[in-house]
Structures are given as structure tokens and as C-alpha cells.
Design a protein around this ligand. Structure first.
Ligand SMILES: NC(=O)c1ccc[n+]([C@@H]2O[C@H](COP(=O)([O-])OP(=O)(O)OC[C@H]3O[C@@H](n4cnc5c(N)ncnc54)[C@H](O)[C@@H]3O)[C@@H](O)[C@H]2O)c1
Ligand SMILES: OC[C@H](O)C(O)[C@@H](O)CO
Length: 379
């Protein structure tokens, strides 16, 4: 009998494995998916350590994880486009489909969203998962199931870069070189940006960013935001400012620097989730007529584009994966993410055979580059 072992957060710093019943299809349009691989997001680590993100508070035990890919094992009677054995990337949030946000095409803004591993909803670090078929994206033959687990953070980056309205030949500064910032850099390059400046406070992260997708890098200094902006623009030879600046750090100094680094009439996108309230240079926003946009999760077309970018070889998600661990090592994997020892680590599903563990599969050079003290910048 296949296991539906699940990785459950009981309360901060208290996780257990629990055998839960295999879920059943609820609707003719549902599919049952065997979860093969799951990545760890900063928000999972944040719930694990603190039990809450903003007003989302873990009150009852909750299964963690939402960056998953798997294999279809059963389809509902109304499902026409998927069949048993198809490998899929799992979109982990299900909107109501009826509210004004959903009907206007912005389902990521649905107030009744049921998002995996956002309380009170369980996540995907489990054996089997039921999802509506249209939130399961069939992976092409040239995209592995492990790459499929990276489609979720890539879709976050696709949405952020779409919000920045990047045009071919433009320049973009990206604050933060964690997984989201790195993927934003890769997506911006694929959209035709010719200058992509990655900014972080940790040199090793920037070394990786430069080898990955950034054309320029800058280590943020403990100076005023104006001076930081001047220095980073000098490094990238952008005297008039960048066409777009994306914050993928959530850090207040980075957000302040961003508004001074964007050009007159440029675009600023808030992707990072840090403190809820900060000091914000609103005069720079006004005087430069900056267009500022938020970016939350992903919406129509983002998952599809993310998969297309990987299939076309335009975004390399494999390069971010430091290793795969068996399900029983999920907590150790969380510790490695918390300690900044890895960029992405995948946890194999409980029914998946894994020969490697992260200690033997990590590319030592990549690990060295990614070594960092920083904890996750989430929320
Ligand atoms: N908008 C969304 O839907 C969405 C989805 C997922 C994640 N996020 C958020 O995006 C952010 C990035 O996610 P991640 O997984 O890459 O996190 P991460 O913690 O791995 O990366 C954040 C990076 O920012 C760097 N940083 C910290 N202070 C900085 C500063 N002053 N200037 C420049 N860089 C600085 C850190 O060193 C780190 O490399 C997080 O805040 C996360 O919560 C948002
Ligand atoms: O990628 C999706 C994000 O991690 C989630 O929105 C999380 O931060 C809150 O639920």
C-alpha cells in the first residue's frame, strides 16, 4: 500500500511525520497526484520557525510545502487533458473562480484562495494530493519532474517580471539574490533585458548570480540609500537610473535604495515580503513619476510560461538545486535552508526512491558560493 506520510508542523519548531488517509477525488474535474518532489520556500521555513506569517497563524497542525511536482495516479470522470502516468507541475493555490478578482483574470487576488501550506490549508509535503486538473500542468518530455518542482518559484519570478513590464534592451536592478531574485534575473534576461544587476549583502550569493543570469553585481553597503543607488548605478554604467527595479529581498534598506536607483518614469516592483511597514522614500516616487506595482504569487498564464521557459532552455532551474533528500530527512533539509547552506533543496515524496542525499549530491563549488549566514527573507 502506498504511503501518505505527511510532514506536519504542530507548532513552531515542532514537526512530525504522520500517516494520513490518501485523499479522495472531490469533484469530476479533480486528479489525484503522487507527489514526487517538493522544494522548500522561505515561507515554509518561516512557518516552521515562527508559526505565523502576518495574519496567517498556524492554529492546528498543518502539512508544510507548496513547491511540488508529481505523477497523475487517478483522474476524475470529467478530466480530458490528463491521464494516469502524466508528470505534472502542481499549482498549489485554488481560487473560488467566481469573485470579481477571479472573473477579471486576477485569480491570485481571490480573497477565498485556498493556498497549500498557508493556514488553515495543508501543504504538499505528503504522499498524495488532490487538485483540479487545470491547476496541474503536464511537463514536456524534456523537463524533468525535479525541474517541475521549481516551476512554482519560477512562476513567482515570471509574475514579478511581468509586473515590471520589461522590454527588450532594457535595464533592471534586482535586489536580493536568493532563489526568487535569481529566477527574476533569469526571466528578465529571457524577456530581453540587456543589463541585469543583482544586488545582495552577501558576496558569495552575487558570485553565483553572476555565473547564473546577472550581467552586473553589487554588494549593498551600509551607506545612505542615495549613495548605495549612485554606487550601484555606477557599477552598471546606468547614470540615468534603471528602467526597472525589483525588490526580491523584502529588506527596508533595499527598498529605499530601489526608489533612488530607478530612472525617471521607470517602474518599481515589490516582490519581497519583509516587514509590513517601513520608511518609504515617497518623494522620489512622486518626483520621478515612478510606476510602483506589487506582485503576489502568480496568475493567468504564469505557470505555463514558466514551463515553456524551462522547456525552451531559456531558464535553467537545475542550476539552483543543490541536492535531493529522502522524505525522512525533511527536517534536516529545512535546517539546511534556514542556515543558508543551499539555494534549493528538493525533498522526495514518501513513495519515491532516492539514492542521493544532500550531503553527497551537493556541488561543493555551488555550496561554497551559496554559503551564507542569512536566514530566509520571508515575511
Ligand atoms: N511576492 C510573492 O508572491 C512572493 C513569493 C515567494 C517569495 N516572496 C518573497 O520574496 C523574497 C525573496 O524570496 P527568496 O526565497 O529568494 O528569499 P531569500 O531569503 O533566499 O533571499 C533574499 C535575499 O535578499 C538578500 N538581502 C537581505 N538584505 C538585503 C539588502 N539590504 N539588499 C539586498 N539584498 C538583501 C539576502 O541576503 C538574500 O540573499 C522573500 O521576501 C519572500 O518572502 C514573495
Ligand atoms: O510562492 C508563494 C508564496 O510562498 C506564498 O504566497 C507564501 O509566501 C504565503 O502563502
Amino acid at each position: 500500500m502506498a504511503s501518505n506520510l505527511s510532514f506536519v508542523l504542530n507548532k513552531p519548531n515542532d514537526v512530525t511525520f504522520e500517516e494520513r488517509p490518501v485523499p479522495k477525488l472531490q469533484h469530476p474535474h479533480d486528479v489525484l497526484v503522487a507527489v514526487n518532489y517538493t522544494g522548500i520556500c522561505g515561507s515554509d521555513v518561516h512557518y516552521w520557525l515562527h508559526g505565523a506569517i502576518g495574519h496567517f497563524v498556524v492554529k492546528d497542525p498543518m502539512v508544510l510545502g507548496h513547491e511540488s511536482a508529481g505523477t497523475v495516479v487517478e483522474v476524475g470522470s470529467a478530466v480530458k487533458t490528463l491521464k494516469k502516468g502524466d508528470r505534472i507541475a502542481l499549482e498549489p493555490g485554488y481560487p473560488c473562480r467566481r469573485c470579481s478578482a477571479c472573473l477579471s483574470g486576477h485569480y491570485n487576488l481571490c480573497p477565498d484562495m485556498r493556498f497549500a501550506a498557508t493556514p488553515p490549508y495543508d501543504g504538499t509535503l505528503t504522499g498524495f494530493w488532490v487538485a483540479p486538473f487545470d491547476f496541474c500542468y503536464k511537463l514536456p518530455d524534456n523537463v524533468s519532474t525535479q525541474e517541475g518542482a521549481l516551476i512554482e518559484p519560477l512562476a513567482v519570478a515570471v509574475h514579478i517580471v511581468k509586473q515590471a513590464r520589461i522590454q527588450p534592451g532594457q535595464s533592471v536592478v534586482i535586489m536580493g539574490a536568493g532563489p526568487v531574485g535569481l529566477l527574476c534575473a533569469a526571466v528578465a534576461r529571457s524577456f530581453g533585458a540587456t543589463k541585469v544587476v543583482s544586488v545582495d549583502i552577501i558576496q558569495s550569493k552575487l558570485d553565483f548570480a553572476r555565473s547564473y543570469a546577472a550581467t552586473h553585481t553589487y554588494v549593498s553597503q551600509r551607506v545612505s540609500p542615495e549613495e548605495n543607488a549612485r554606487n550601484l548605478l555606477a557599477v552598471a554604467d546606468l547614470p540615468g537610473g534603471a528602467d526597472a527595479v525589483i525588490d526580491a529581498s523584502g529588506a527596508e534598506p533595499s527598498i529605499q535604495t530601489s526608489l533612488h536607483a530607478v530612472r525617471m518614469g521607470g517602474t518599481y516592483v515589490q516582490g519581497g515580503m519583509g516587514k509590513a511597514d517601513i520608511n518609504f522614500p515617497i518623494m522620489a516616487l512622486c518626483l520621478k513619476e515612478v510606476t510602483a506595482r506589487g506582485s503576489f504569487r502568480y496568475g493567468s498564464g504564469d505557470y505555463k510560461l514558466a514551463i515553456d521557459l524551462v522547456a525552451a532552455g531559456k531558464v535553467d532551474v537545475k542550476a539552483l538545486v543543490n541536492g535531493v533528500v529522502p522524505f525522512k530527512d525533511a527536517e534536516q533539509a529545512f535546517k539546511k535552508v534556514k542556515e543558508g547552506q543551499v539555494i534549493k533543496i528538493l525533498i522526495a515524496g514518501p513513495n519515491e526512491k532516492v539514492e542521493q542525499s544532500v550531503d553527497t549530491s551537493v556541488d561543493n563549488e555551488k555550496l561554497k558560493q551559496a554559503q551564507a549566514v542569512g536566514s530566509t527573507g520571508c515575511c
